[in-house]
Design a protein around this ligand. Structure first.
Ligand code: SAM
Ligand code: ZN
Length: 290
């Protein structure tokens, strides 16, 4: 069976969680080929299995090279393994309590974090739905990971029905809490992963002189999250790992931190002997109780 048909079958099990990005009516899978609303707005399954649900094309900043580098770092270095374990465990606890479990990753990029997290959570009843505004990211995700559902779409005007998801993830990506709350079921969880103050500290120090860019504070992000959700857990993860030169090259390519930086400074960072990198992350787990 083709990836397109497999994906259409998987989506048809969860079609009630979708709504048309144009007219907000429910959508259904038609002929294992398309998603269609009652006003005949039609979105085709692609051969890779994803569906583009953006009302109009969008040019993002994130390019294929960045997503490939993120994929390599996430899958090959294990830098984010503690984050995957922690988030996977939070989902598993929720799912094992017998709750039906559809997990949306909003701003999922090339999909590796969602894949690793679901692997950790190890519950076949949990299905992942990745959404990103970048078609490049979603193409990569859908080529690699076929147990999840992949959509190109805008998290600020999401193609998801009201109260259709028990869990939303939001990892290093912009948020739209009004939308997150609209799509969450009552007592559902929002899980947001943000950089802590020491995140990629060694790279920041190599590329910037300016103290503001070298240091990073997430206080405003955390306070805003708390105004929308009832905080259940706030995990602080701080890991330091050695990276070889090839891995440092991927790191430079995967982060907007190095955009428009002086090439000489980037080269000096790459030419170091084996060096360490700090992965300082805060994981916010909040319940939607309104
Ligand atoms: C720093 S990347 C993080 C990607 C992925 N979560 C990861 O950690 O590898 C931010 C992502 O947010 C996506 N994004 C930005 N604005 C968005 C929007 N309005 N709707 C959906 N995705 C968006 C970008 O395309 C990009 O993939
Ligand atoms: Zn419609």
């Amino acid at each position: 069976m083709s990836k397109m048909t497999d994906s259409a079958k998987l989506v048809s099990r969860f079609e009630s969680a979708l709504r048309c990005p144009h007219c907000e009516n429910p959508m259904k899978v038609a002929g294992l080929k398309s998603l269609v609303c009652p006003n005949n707005h039609t979105f085709d399954f692609t051969k890779q299995g994803y569906v583009n649900l953006l009302p109009r094309p969008s040019a993002g900043n994130y390019k294929k090279e960045l997503f490939e580098a993120r994929h390599k770092i996430v899958v090959e270095t294990g830098l984010y393994a503690s984050m995957h374990k922690t988030v996977g465990k939070a989902i598993k606890e929720y799912a094992d309590a017998g709750n039906p479990c559809l997990v949306a990753d909003l701003g999922c990029g090339e999909g590796s974090h969602l894949y690793k997290i679901l692997d950790e959570c190890d519950n076949p009843e949990v299905t992942g739905v990745g959404l990103d505004i970048s078609k490049e990211g979603i193409i990569m995700a859908s080529k690699r990971y076929d147990r999840s559902i992949w959509f190109v779409g805008d998290l600020a005007k999401s193609p998801f029905a009201d109260q259709s998801f028990p869990i939303v993830l939001n990892i290093f990506a912009p948020s739209n809490y009004k939308e997150f709350k609209r799509m969450l079921v009552r007592d559902g969880l929002a899980i947001k992963v943000v950089p802590g103050p020491d995140y990629l500290r060694e790279l920041r120090e190599a590329l910037y002189d300016d103290d503001e860019k070298r240091a990073y504070t997430n206080e405003d992000t955390v306070s805003l999250f708390k105004t929308h959700f009832h905080m259940q857990h706030l995990f602080h993860l701080n890991d330091t790992k050695k990276l070889n030169q090839a891995e440092r090259q991927q790191l430079v390519q995967m982060t907007p931190l190095a955009w428009s930086r002086d090439q000489a400074r980037i080269d000096a960072y790459l030419d170091r002997d084996v060096s360490e990198i700090t992965i300082d992350l805060h994981i916010l787990v909040g319940k939607y109780t309104e």
